[in-house]
Design a protein around this ligand. Sequence first.
Ligand code: CTP
Length: 402
Amino acid sequence: MLSGKKIVIGITGSIAAYKIPLLVRLLKKEGAQVQILMTPAAHDFVTPLTLSTLSERPVLSSFFREEDGNWFSHVDLGLWADLLLVAPLSANTLAKMATGIADNLLLTTVLSARCPVYFAPAMDLDMYKHPATKHNIRTLQSFGYHFIEPDAGELASGLSGPGRMKEPEELFRFIKMQLLPEGPFAGKKVLVSAGPTFEPIDPVRYIGNHSTGRMGIEIALALARKGAQVELVLGPSSIEVNHPGIRLSKVTTADEMYNQCTRIFPDCQLAVMAAAVADFAPVKPAEQKIKKKDGLASIELKPTPDILAALGKVKTAAQFLVGFALETENEEANSRQKLESKNLDLIVLNSLKDKGAGFGHPTNKVSVLSRLGQRVDFPLKSKKEVAEDILTLIAKNLSTLS
Ligand code: CTP
């Protein structure tokens, strides 16, 4: 039940506004207090009367109260809310928020909010795909706001593609998970590393590996679906990650990944290090492109910092650390050795011997070894299913944490 929970819903000028009364109804049925704010354009798509009837509160749109002309405090509203959702979020309001414009009550309330703020965009696919919109989304994400990605499907324009606001039932489930987290990962702060690292040789060349980042990203997404607050530190990857429960830090080199991970880890209860970190980096990357005619007999390399081992060193009894091992021989013995030497609680073993497993495949086949000596082997599965299996084992082993 959501009784005692206070939710502000900001509605902007988009056709999907007609779905918000259903969301209000679902939240009210669970006992939440719901305050509706509307931008002037939203009035063209849904009536304030419907929303005030369902929310049992007057709908707010203007800075001034009509009855007495008094100023309405957006700061109070921003402090009152346990959660603020702007749904549907139009391209126009998105752009205004990205630049800090505050010319209506909804915008000033978002600027004053201290609670978690979520945005559920709804717009035509070309507007959604436009570089200006993408830029504005990235800007707002960097401020700590969370996006509830729209679905792809038929749009009001008759076109078909991404831009449909998530259905009210899904928004309701999402809000509930944020306000009443359940399960072993809910509300936990978790660090996930994923992807390769690229170590520059010169401004155009680098030492890298075949990792796509898919396995670690699936783990981050599975954790976020279970209500964790995920900090994903991702090396160069072409996969787009967009989940309101994931804060993304993009890095390129092992040094950058080390800096991010060691900064974030002390606040986390769990870390899953799935990145394929380069073990060696050029000692001194050339400042200019190395010309063919000058030749290059060798590249002097230095070891990169072992991020997982560094986290293992500072790990407290309240933290749980999971590593990966990629082995081509003596798999179990080598993995157990890594588990011990890096002070891990679990290690996920990938064998390159298995067909369909490892880099570049949509599937993976893993075995998980625990500090207590257990081994669980899983069959070949999609990386999404493998992520779920790994989380199930982490959840079981979390209870062994002292
Ligand atoms: N790892 C890390 N930092 C590094 C190298 C590896 O954090 N510089 C992490 C990986 O994210 C993975 C684990 O260590 O979780 C094991 O990586 P792997 O490459 O299998 O093992 P290494 O420790 O590098 O040992 P080796 O290459 O000798 O097998």
